[in-house]
Unconditional design. Structure first.
Length: 301
């Protein structure tokens, strides 16, 4: 009997030790995974803004995180923005506020959110802080994430992440707009389109077609099944002098998107997805900016 109890004790102790080691390893690797994801995301953001390891962004460039939530209370629904406020002190960490609007674009309320700049990028921590701010009895749903980029306090770009249906599953993208909502760039982050066909959406000769297109052009953008002009493809791939490239890109900036050969559906999916993201963002940000101005809310961006 003593031998059996000893064996059981040893097995239990071994299992506990193994579980502790596995748990610690999971926590460590999960933190490392999240860190790597943030690093890759930031690298993509800066690349869309024209920066790289060879050309690092100056210290005057600041990325301001904005998170949009949908809050439901009974039959009422609100669109809420978690935004950083102006600290008023150089170098001081931002404080955050939740601005809630009704579906007509009128401000409902403003609540402080207790969260620091390190935790705000973590979904669970951020959702928990927002739910604590809005109080019980409400359904809180995260909608999307936007970044407003400033240089010396002046807005220079917007970075939007999003996904939409592709030919097979979903296409995950990030796009950059300038302050007038003209397309600066597009990056395909993840997709499952067919190799050699729809997968070509990640190639420069396709995704760079969106560069320089104004919000007016984006609203009516279509896909055409015509051969991509040779000079345009060369410019899209950067295979010419900068002055010539700029001239050709200007020539085609108001043109529709040339479809990928044999992948019209994938081409149309990206085109419709990108223009939908840009149109909705421009509409929502204009409303939010008007509210911030009317209510004299001092934000960091």
């Amino acid at each position: 009997m003593k031998d059996i109890l000893s064996i059981v004790f040893r097995l239990t102790l071994t299992c506990l030790m193994a579980a502790t080691v596995m748990g610690a390893a999971f926590i460590f690797t999960n933190k490392a995974k999240k860190h790597n994801e943030h690093v890759r995301e930031e690298r993509t953001m800066y690349a869309l803004l024209g920066y790289s390891e060879a050309k690092p962004a100056p210290a005057s460039i600041v990325l301001h995180q904005i998170y949009r939530y949908i809050i439901t209370e009974g039959e009422r629904q609100y669109v809420s923005y978690l935004i950083p406020l102006e600290s008023g002190k150089p170098g001081a960490p931002p404080t955050y506020s939740l601005i809630s609007l009704d579906l007509q674009g009128k401000m409902v309320d403003q609540k402080p959110v207790a969260i620091d700049g390190e935790k705000i990028r973590e979904r669970e921590d951020r959702d928990r802080a927002v739910m604590a701010a809005v109080g019980p009895g409400k359904d809180v749903h995260f909608a999307d994430h936007t970044i407003i980029v400033t240089e010396n306090g002046k807005r220079i770009a917007y970075l939007l992440g999003g996904k939409f249906p592709g030919f097979k599953t979903f296409i995950n993208v990030m796009l950059a707009l300038d302050p007038s909502y003209t397309m600066v760039g597009l990056e395909i982050l993840e997709h499952e389109e067919d190799p050699g066909l729809g997968a070509e959406i990640e190639q420069d000769y396709f995704k760079n077609q969106f560069q320089g297109k104004s919000i007016k052009t984006l609203k009516d953008l279509k896909v055409v099944k015509e051969p991509l002009p040779a000079e345009y493809q060369q410019a899209l791939e950067g295979g010419m002098a900068e002055a010539d490239m700029a001239r050709i890109m200007e020539k085609y900036k108001d043109k529709d998107i040339y479809a990928l050969t044999g992948a019209t559906i994938s081409s149309k999916s990206v085109t419709d997805g990108v223009k939908g993201m840009a149109k909705k963002f421009a509409y929502r940000l204009d409303i939010l900016d008007n509210i911030l101005k009317e209510q004299q809310i001092a934000v960091s961006f």
